[in-house]
Every structure is written in C-alpha cells, then in structure tokens.
Write a protein that binds this ligand. Structure first.
Ligand SMILES: NC(=O)C[C@H](N)C(=O)O
Length: 306
C-alpha cells in the first residue's frame, strides 16, 4: 500500500510541526487499510477531525455563519462519488464514499446528502465551529438579509481581492491583516494505491466568508480529485480557479500519457498558474512514484509505503 496526503496549499503555518504530525499519522492510518478506497477514507478521517485543517471540524465558515463540508472520492475504475454543502457532517469523505459505493449517482448535495449520511451511519449533527472560527466570523459584523446583502458583505472579505498566487487561500500567514485568511487551516486530500487500484479523495470546508451555499472545486470530478488506471490526484487552493482548469484531471492526464508523477504535478501547476494567475497545489500518485507541486508559500504533505 502507498498513501500520500496533503494538508492544503497556502501560507506557511505558524505551527507546522503538529500539523505535520497529524498528516504523518493520517498517512500511516491509511497504509494499514486493505484497499486503496479504504486507505483514502481512513487517511482523511483524522484530518477532518483536527481543527488545524479546513475540513470537518474547524472548517471555513460561510456568510451565514454555517460550516458546510464538501468531499469527493474516485477509484481507478472511474467510479466516483461526491457530496457537498453539508452542515453538521465532519466526515464528508465518508459520505462521498457512500455516494461512490452505495448509489448509482456521482454527486448528492445539501440536506439530502446529510440524510444519506445519516442513513448509512456517518455521524451528522456535529458542531463544526470552533471557538476560533466562531469568534472570527462574529468579529466580522455578520450580514443580515438575503444573498445580495451577503454578497456586499463578502466583497471585502472573501479571498484577498484577486491577487497573485496564494491569494484567497485559507491558510495565509497569521497576522497578515487579511480577514479572508485563517492561519493553519486548509483542505485535505489523499491518494492511495493498493497495488491493483488507485483511489483519490479530497475533503474541505471550502473558503472562509464565501456566500452561503457556495461549492468549490473539491467535490467536482476532475477539479478537486481525479483517478485513472494510471494514478490519481488531489488538489487544493483557490477552488473557483481550480474548477476552471480542472486541475486534478490535468495532472492525472499526464500520468495517462506516461509522464512521471512529479513531472505531472509540476506541469499541471505551471499551467494552472499561467491560465489563472492564482494559487493551488496538487498531489499525484502514479505507478512508480509520488509527486507534489504548489505555487503558494507552502503545502505540507506526507507519504507512507508498506
Ligand atoms: N483551501 C482550499 O483548498 C479550498 C478549496 N479548494 C475550495 O475552494 O473549496
């Protein structure tokens, strides 16, 4: 079994060591699994439970003060499952797996995804806000009224005004004065191979101060995650831009052409930057190697073999 995980692309966290420890534990947990699909779900679970990452507990807060989680998972037989816009669901990747393995569908959203989770034994009704994320939201004079009012409010808060690579990412440097950035928080992803099959999965709380109901790249097949017989990819970063270039599909496409995993990751991020001028990262696992690339200040990863 081989497992590679990432803890999101963005700024350099103030406390990288405990995040790295959790990422290493996540990869080790994944590698103990029997199948690649089990491995990515097992690896993401502790990351979704850790408030140090923007997934599950501690996820980004939307304009109405609610954390909504999204995730996607895909295996090399091109079966895919995704779930989005779920409130109270910590283990979004497990719900994506239910969609992948238990339904004839690829994508289930909102309250219906939460009901599906509940029916298949994935815990719901979890308080995903932490003291830190709650206080941060409340200190921003939350909007009242309808979506137009929310859009006025988030215009000065969401992202960081469309600046260069890294702009709008969740874990910009602490104390940079940008309310659209939160330290130490970012999306999580995993790619695994059990020798026969690959699996790729990504899980997130999205981006802070996005419009209530916003869904980014993470649960979109080919954007936040993708998997083929040649290998898989998981992306992180400015989700609107990742979706526009289908970043994970781009990276996995190079694997299918016979390009190595590191080169595939590098090429995909170079193209992403050239097209969007924005910030992202991607991990890639192929037949022979793992690779990762990012054009932000940092992206922590961990890789384990067994
Ligand atoms: N920080 C992230 O990776 C956020 C995620 N890509 C999203 O836009 O929903």
């Amino acid at each position: 079994m081989r497992v590679v995980v990432h803890g999101g692309a963005g700024g350099v966290p103030d406390e990288p060591a405990p995040r790295q420890e959790t990422l290493d534990e996540a990869a080790e947990r994944g590698v103990e699994s029997d199948t690649a699909l089990d491995a990515v779900e097992a690896a993401l679970a502790p990351l979704e439970s850790s408030p140090r990452f923007n997934a599950g507990v501690g996820g980004a807060v939307q304009s109405d003060g609610v954390v909504r989680t999204d995730a996607g998972v895909m295996t090399s037989d091109r079966e895919a499952g995704a779930a989005c816009s779920m409130s109270g669901v910590e283990h979004a990747a497990s719900v994506a797996r239910v969609v992948h393995s238990e339904t004839p569908h690829v994508f289930v959203s909102g309250d219906h995804a939460v009901e599906l989770a509940d029916d298949f034994g994935v815990e719901t009704g979890v308080d995903l806000l932490t003291d830190e994320t709650r206080e941060r939201y409340e200190s921003e004079d939350p909007p009242r009224g309808g979506p137009r009012e929310h859009l006025d409010w988030l215009a000065t808060r969401f992202g960081s005004g469309g600046d260069q690579a890294g702009g709008g990412l969740e874990n910009g440097s602490q104390g940079d004065g940008d309310p659209g950035r939160a330290p130490d928080h970012d999306t999580v992803g995993a790619v695994a191979s059990d020798g026969e099959r690959f699996a790729a999965a990504t899980s997130t709380g999205g981006r802070s101060f996005a419009l209530a109901g916003r869904v980014g790249d993470v649960p979109q097949v080919g954007s936040g995650f993708f998997c083929t017989e040649a290998g898989g990819a998981s992306a992180t970063g400015a989700g609107e831009d990742i979706a526009r270039v289908t970043l994970s599909r781009r990276a996995a496409g190079y694997l299918e052409e016979g390009v190595g995993a590191q080169e595939a990751a590098d090429r995909a991020i170079d193209e992403f930057e050239e097209i969007t001028g924005s910030g992202a990262g991607v991990i890639v696992l192929g037949e022979d190697e793992a690779g990762s690339a990012f054009n932000t200040e940092g992206m922590q990863t961990s890789i384990t073999y067994k």
